[in-house]
Write a protein that binds this ligand. Structure first.
Ligand SMILES: [Zn+2]
Length: 312
């Protein structure tokens, strides 16, 4: 009966392999749908970030909708295999396409979407281009029916959801990995959905990031009473994952800053800034040089701004 309901609720999705979207139980009432540690491509259809959901007496709260309508529908189907309780809210953790382009699956069920005000603003600004880029990476078939749906509920400060048998804290963390990051902490289980503020076993993307703000956000996460951490990428772990990831970002930031202050050029830094400790993380060869450049430009911009402010 439950299977029949899932098929009915999510119609055409029956063609997808079911095992690819099975929810993994992290704690009582807390589930994760793991993404693949890879760049978005036709094979993974853009499913490269972890999404999740929290089951409460009042209903289900979903964290991120995935890369396309199909993934959003697959999340709905996975929820139906776990519980018959209604989905009452979708939270978009930040404005990246792999996290938000499945939103339409939720609005067609009249489920409200919550995000930071900055996430809504950046989605409005960038998502048309993101949708094009992601379609070029994964193919038009995977993106069929996907559309840009902006969050209607927009927050700028910590918000607590009273879900009856559990309270869930939605915590904006400022401009770190992206301009609009937030994390979700379930106080009953101590599970923290850290989204893309934490990568486990993968070199991060910094294309919209501020490395300094990101390090500050990680320090904030380390003060939260979390017992388990669901990273945006990679397997579920403990708060140690936050520390492991912070080591990469801190080494990158400190080393680029030292070279910049020593008067080295960006090219010199690109040639010498190797971090062997992180060679085994997925994406090191491609992403690490890009991250050096990104941090270099961030430090240079801050330097120019400071000089301009000192000599207006
Ligand atoms: Zn992201």
């Amino acid at each position: 009966m439950r299977t029949l309901f899932a098929l009915f609720a999510c119609g055409w999705l029956i063609a997808l392999p079911a095992a690819a979207h099975e929810a993994q139980r992290v704690a009582p009432g807390i589930y994760v749908l793991p993404g693949v540690l890879a760049e978005p491509d036709a094979k993974n259809a853009g499913r490269v970030v972890n999404t999740g959901f929290i089951v409460s007496r009042r209903g289900v709260v979903v964290i991120d909708s995935g890369a396309n309508l199909r993934q959003g529908e697959a999340i709905c189907a996975a929820i139906r295999r776990v519980t018959r309780r209604p989905v009452i809210l979708l939270i978009d953790t930040h404005p990246h396409p792999q996290n938000v382009l499945g939103n339409a699956a939720f609005t067609r069920r009249r489920i409200p979407i919550l995000a930071t005000a900055m996430t809504a603003e950046k989605m409005n600004e960038r998502c048309p281009r993101c949708l094009e880029h992601l379609t070029a990476s994964v193919g038009a078939e995977a993106m069929a029916g996907s559309e840009i749906v902006l969050p209607q509920q927009r927050i700028t400060a910590e918000t607590t959801l009273d879900l009856g048998d559990r309270r869930v804290h939605v915590i904006p963390t400022g401009w770190g990995h992206s301009e609009g990051d937030l994390v979700v902490l379930d106080d009953k289980s101590g599970v923290l959905f850290a989204a893309d503020l934490v990568y486990a076993g993968q070199i991060p993307h910094l294309s919209e990031a501020r490395a300094k703000g990101w390090l500050e956000a990680l320090d904030l996460l380390l003060t939260l009473p979390a017992r388990q951490v669901v990273p945006g990428r990679g397997p579920v772990g403990t708060p140690q994952e936050i520390k492991n990831f912070r080591r990469y970002l801190d080494a990158l930031y400190q080393r680029v800053t030292a070279d910049y202050q020593a008067g080295r050029t960006l090219d010199e830094t690109l040639n010498r800034l190797d971090l062997p400790e992180f060679h085994a993380w997925q994406g090191y060869a491609e992403r690490h040089p890009l991250n050096i450049q990104h941090v270099w430009y961030e430090i240079e911009r801050n330097d120019f701004d400071a000089a301009a402010n000192a000599n207006p």
